[in-house]
Unconditional design. Sequence first.
Length: 271
Amino acid sequence: MGRRFDRLSATDLTNLAVEAADTPAHVGALMVVDGGALLDADGRLRMTIVRAGIERRLDRVPKLPKVVYRPGLLAGRSLWVDDPAFAIDRHVDVAEVAAPGGEEQLLRLTERLMVPLLSRSRPLWRLWFVTELPSGRVAMIIKLHHAVADGLAAVQMLRSLLDLPEPTDTAPGGWRAAPPPGWSALVGDNLLERSAAVARTARRLADPAAVRRAVGSVPASWRGIARSWGHPERRSAVRSGLAGGLRSYALTWPPSRKPLMRTAARSTTSF
């Protein structure tokens, strides 16, 4: 039986629970592409067209217009539901970079935008377009909560949102906000989920070999965590300076990867 409701995973709930101003749980990405179809003849961003193009694609990335919903007593874990007040202009905006618009100014802008936590009252993502860069280029700064996507999942989500064939018309997409499920339906779903969890646990306990493997893995896991916290430099293979309490990373694409850069630039032409 498939999942009836999109419940948050244990990892998602942990990321939300531990988040604070000094321990944000969002990730960010900075991309610089050829302005191309994003700019009009005067070099201004065609924001109305950009927003419309992204909004048409929301049905392809269904988690983006969703918010975290806490259903209450006996109704189980939090779940993702459509935001009834979703507005694309709250999530896709323009940001201004300081003159002369070089790499340093762009990274400083990215740091500033990454500092505030994402509001839990809205879908947990933001996207900014930055103009006034040299050679008619445009930067895209994405801010996305770990609970929505991380790593390759976030990359695939952005690709679905931005790198699609140009639509044949400008009609709005098929996405419409659906009402949250009722409390009684969530209570029933919660009971079924808990019953299934009890049954899985019972099957595992009935297998002595599985129990031995589970117990044997605990000491190794804790030793790994202890070694990591005892040597902070091992937590990441990439290190950089700390500015304003936010660690920033800059990736310079090597000249040998120019074909991939052209692929990224083409992602702006689908609007």
